[in-house]
Design a protein around this ligand. Structure first.
Ligand SMILES: [Zn+2]
Ligand SMILES: [Zn+2]
Length: 75
């Protein structure tokens, strides 16, 4: 049975693409929670195609599909 998409483990940092377990991503999280959209897929660390518009952002992983948000990824 497949888990729902929003509970899939996210081993990678969505900002820098590094393994979350391998370093300190406090600064990355702060950026994501404030103004910057994610650049990397948190599930596979692939670079995502990111589009920013006045109300938020859309980021697409070629493998995991699209995610979207308003004013950051951290919420
Ligand atoms: Zn990071
Ligand atoms: Zn992905």
């Amino acid at each position: 049975m497949e888990p729902p998409a929003d509970t899939v483990e996210r081993p990678y940092c969505a900002w820098c693409g590094g393994e979350r377990a391998a370093g300190d991503h406090t600064a990355c999280d702060r950026r994501l929670a404030s103004v910057d959209p994610p650049r990397h897929c948190p599930s596979c660390a692939r670079r995502m195609v990111v589009q920013v518009d006045p109300v938020g952002w859309t980021a697409r992983c070629s493998r995991h599909g699209e995610s979207a948000g308003e004013n950051g990824f951290g919420g």
